[in-house]
Design a protein around this ligand. Structure first.
Ligand SMILES: NC(=O)c1ccc[n+]([C@@H]2O[C@H](COP(=O)([O-])OP(=O)(O)OC[C@H]3O[C@@H](n4cnc5c(N)ncnc54)[C@H](O)[C@@H]3O)[C@@H](O)[C@H]2O)c1
Ligand SMILES: O=c1ccn([C@@H]2O[C@H](COP(=O)(O)OP(=O)(O)O[C@H]3O[C@H](CO)[C@@H](O)[C@H](O)[C@H]3O)[C@@H](O)[C@H]2O)c(=O)[nH]1
Length: 481
């Protein structure tokens, strides 16, 4: 029986391995992690991450050919194929701080593999890493290999949170990069055989190592670039009276452009886009390509602009101050159908409003109070370390913030409502009831374009929707950002 071990039981390691176990009953899959409570949660009915459909998959194969364990060394030693799916945060200190990928966790995983291996292994980069990481990993593995042979493959993951199970069941493509040697090609075929259990052969792409590593960074950069492009247009739409939804639709009808990923928003979030573009920027700079670096940096600058533009809209609409005003925040996760808040635009928006002394009342169906409080005081990039290794910020909870367990409580007596995540339930709230319980004039700032603005205006709200023609009220307000 082929044995797979995956180091890192996170948003990628957990779901990916669960699907491999489900689709390949003849393979034993063990997911290991140094963070013991996370492993305990994977072994319980309360999985450590919220992802639609995940529990059903785990339930079907856990204890059959899918196992979660904290015994990293034992399972790495026994495996034929070792996936590495650990954190690759942005460096906060030293060379490349604020841009380069911090490979501490990756290096530590590679050293463990080198130390405990007693048989030949295929080592698979599942984490998103800088181009040429495989070369460094090879050096670590072969330095002390006691004659054991390792083949490194790059097999980046393209799943998106909230749709991870569907993405894994029917991937647009699986990408496998390896050395162009006979041993490298053999390793590629071995990994291809795993995916071939359910992925059609023409969707399994094989490349050299560097193309696979770079393709992952490139794909995320292209996706984020589309969002920054449409968000840049949203500012122009507001200035001209165009409607960004109509513009996106018209643009996306061009088959060369396509309709997906053109939704204007308060900004993109998530653990990947910003981190991976910063990493790409750093690699360009290191390779003497400042113009290329500058080009990609602009995608992040527009994203930051979009978030601060939103905050400025809120403040300027409400008579240029939100000091001591209750503002309800609906949605804190970086997108719907996940409890993940890494790099969520809600953090920047909330911090911006707190900077103007607002009182925030936050509701998200999947994010707990402690989690929100922790995010609001955490330093930039500290979030991307295993929880038990995150630096302690030392600050107390933010006093001006309360977290509620439903949207009606959050909005009661509020002066304004900011919608920051596109949860389906926000489309069908009783906005008349909300309006009746709010201070007047009552504002809604829709950062995800989920509400029917016309209906809300009929109720009496003053509504701001990203990239849509402005209310007369908002037009008269001072300039934005
Ligand atoms: N989250 C996504 O949607 C997504 C999608 C594609 C790719 N990626 C990439 O995949 C990688 C992992 O992302 P994630 O979201 O799963 O991160 P995560 O923080 O959810 O999980 C990483 C896990 O690795 C564990 N870990 C760290 N060092 C370890 C070690 N030496 N031994 C054992 N366990 C160790 C941590 O404790 C943590 O549980 C990153 O490089 C990320 O960029 C993420
Ligand atoms: O039209 C759009 C689409 C998305 N977003 C926002 O963009 C962010 C990222 O969304 P999404 O890409 O759906 O989620 P992620 O889980 O971050 O997935 C991205 O990042 C992963 C990690 O690398 C990749 O594997 C995926 O392919 C890539 O889509 C979220 O804040 C979304 O709200 C928009 O604002 N407008």
């Amino acid at each position: 029986m082929v044995k797979i071990c995956c180091i890192g039981a996170g948003y990628v390691g957990g779901p990916t391995m669960a699907v491999i176990a489900l689709k390949c009953p003849s393979i034993e899959v063990v997911v290991v992690d140094i963070w013991e409570p996370r492993i305990a949660a994977w072994n319980s009915d309360q999985l450590p991450i919220y992802e639609p459909g995940l529990y059903e998959v785990v339930k079907e194969c856990r204890g059959r050919n899918l196992f979660f364990s904290k015994d990293v060394e034992k399972h790495v030693a026994e495996a034929d194929i070792v996936f590495v799916s650990v954190n690759t945060p942005t460096k906060t200190q030293g060379l490349g701080a604020g841009k380069a990928a911090d490979l501490t966790y990756w290096e530590s995983a590679a050293r463990t593999i080198a130390d405990v291996s007693k048989s030949d292994k295929i080592v698979v980069e599942k984490s998103t890493v800088p181009v040429k990481t495989a070369e460094a990993i090879e050096k670590i593995l072969t330095h002390n290999s006691k004659g054991i042979k390792f083949q490194i493959l790059s097999n980046p993951e393209f799943l998106a949170e909230g749709t991870a199970i569907g993405d894994l069941f029917q991937p647009d493509r699986v990408l496998i990069g390896g050395r162009e040697t006979p041993e490298g090609q053999k390793a590629i075929q071995a990994l291809k055989a795993v995916y071939a259990h359910w992925v059609p052969e023409d969707r399994i792409l094989t490349t050299n190592l560097w193309s696979a590593e770079l393709s992952k960074l490139a794909a995320n950069a292209f996706l984020a670039q589309r969002i920054s492009s449409v968000n840049a247009m949203s500012a122009l739409c507001e200035a001209t009276g165009a409607d960004v939804a109509e513009v996106s639709y018209a643009v996306g009808k061009d088959t060369r452009i396509g309709p997906k990923f053109l939704n204007a928003s308060v900004g993109f979030g998530g653990s990947c886009f910003q981190k991976d573009i910063l990493n790409l920027v750093y690699i360009c700079e290191c390779n003497g390509l400042p113009e290329v670096a500058e080009y990609w940096k602009q995608v992040i600058k527009i994203n930051d602009y979009q978030k601060s533009r939103f905050v400025n809209r809120v403040v300027s609409s409400m008579f240029n101050t939100v000091s001591q005003k209750k503002i309800a925040v609906l949605g804190f996760a970086f997108k719907k159908d996940t409890g993940d808040t890494r790099e969520t635009p809600a953090i920047d928006v909330c911090q911006g409003l707190l900077g103007d002394k607002a009182l925030l009342s936050i509701y998200d169906p999947q994010v707990q109070k402690e989690h929100i409080q922790r995010d609001l005081i955490m330093k930039k990039f500290d979030w991307d370390h295993p929880l038990h290794l995150q630096p302690k910020s030392g600050s107390a909870a933010v006093e001006q913030v309360t977290v509620t367990s439903d949207a009606y409580e959050a909005t009661k007596e509020a002066h304004g409502v900011c919608i920051l995540t596109e949860w389906d339930e926000f489309r069908t709230l009783d906005y008349k009831k909300i309006y009746d319980n709010m201070q007047k004039p009552a504002f809604v700032f829709d950062g995800r374009n989920v509400v029917n603005a016309d209906k809300l205006r009929e109720i009496g709200f003053i509504v701001y929707s990203i990239g849509k023609p402005l209310d007369a009220w908002l037009k008269d307000m001072p300039a934005v950002a």
